[in-house]
Design a protein around this ligand. Sequence first.
Ligand code: SF4
Length: 350
Amino acid sequence: MKEKLLGKTLDELKAVAASCGLKPFAGSQLAQWLYVRKVRSFDSMTNISKAARETLAERYEIGVSDPAGKAVSSDGTCKYLFRVSCPVGKATEDSAVEAVVIPDSDRRTLCVSSQAGCKMGCRFCMTGRQGFHGNLDAADILNQFLSVEDPDSLTNAVFMGMGEPLDNYEAVSRALAVLTAPWGFAWSPKRITVSSIGVIPSLTRYLKEQKCHLAISLHNPFPAERQDFMPSEKAWHLQDVLALIRQYDFSGQRRVSFEYTMFAGWNDTKRHADALIRLLKGLECRVNLIRFHRIPDFPFECSPQGVMEGFRDRLENNGITCTIRASRGEDILAACGMLAGRHKKEENHD
Ligand code: SF4
C-alpha cells in the first residue's frame, strides 16, 4: 500500500518534495493543493512538473476517497459512510465509519469519527457494541472533512462520531494540527470540539498541547452508577478527570462542556441534578442534555421532556449553563454507530 500524503505536516511535505527531486518550496505547493485547493489527483497539481507528479504518484497516494454510502434526513442532516482500512497487528482490517453533517441556521457542523468501532464499551452506544476494529489514521480523519458534499461550507467540527478520540491521540492531534495550521485548513481551534469519556493520560496531553474545545461524556455524577453504564469509569475516575480539568482556564477562548444523555429513572432525578451541581461547582462550563434514542436490547428509555426541562432548570438556577440539545436526523439513524452497525450486519448477511 502506498503512503498517504493527506495528514502530513508542512515539514514532512517538504521532505517528500525533496525526495522527489523538487525544491523545498514545492512542499508548500503540495500543502496548498492538498489542504487549500483540496484536489483529489496529482494531475490537478498544475504548478508541479509532470515528471515530478509522476514520481509522486508512483510513491504516494493522496488519501482521499469518496463515501461508500449516504443518507439524508428530512431535517437536512446528512450521514456518510466511509470505508477505511485499519492496521490490526501486522494485518489491516476493512471497516466502515460514519461522518454526519448537521446543518443549523448559518452553521454546518461535521461530526467526525476517529476509530472504527470503540474499545470503551459504553452500554448505551451502538459503536461500543461493535467492539474495536482499529484506529483511523490522520488521512482517514481528514478525508471526512474533504469528501462530504461542499466541504468549504463546513463551519464547525465535533469529534463525537465513532470511537474515543483520545484513545487515538496521535492521529487526532495530527489531524488537528493540519486543520488549524496556516499552511493547512487554517481553521480557528474555536471551531473544533473534541469529545472524550476522559482517558486521563491523553487528556493530560490534549489539555497541554491543544487549543480546541473539550467535551466530556459525563452521563452520571455517581461513580458506581456511571461505571455500570461506562466501564471506563473503573480506569479513569470522573473525579480525577474533573481535578485535571480544573487545572486549566476555561473562561477564555477554550471551552469545556459536559455531555449528559438522559435515561428515564437512571440519571434524571433531583439527586442526580444536585450531585452534578456539586461536582461542577465553580467551573466555567456548559452542560448539554441529550435525548437518548432507544437501541435494541437495552431496556432504557429517554427521560420525558418535562423531566429534562426540570433537570435543566435546576442546573440553571444553580448557576450552570445548561441546554437541551435538539435531536437531529432521527429518521436516518443518526445516533453514533447506527449506520455503520447496520452496514456490518448487511455485509454479514451477504
Ligand atoms: Fe466509545 Fe463513545 Fe460509544 Fe462510549 S459512547 S463506546 S466512548 S463511541
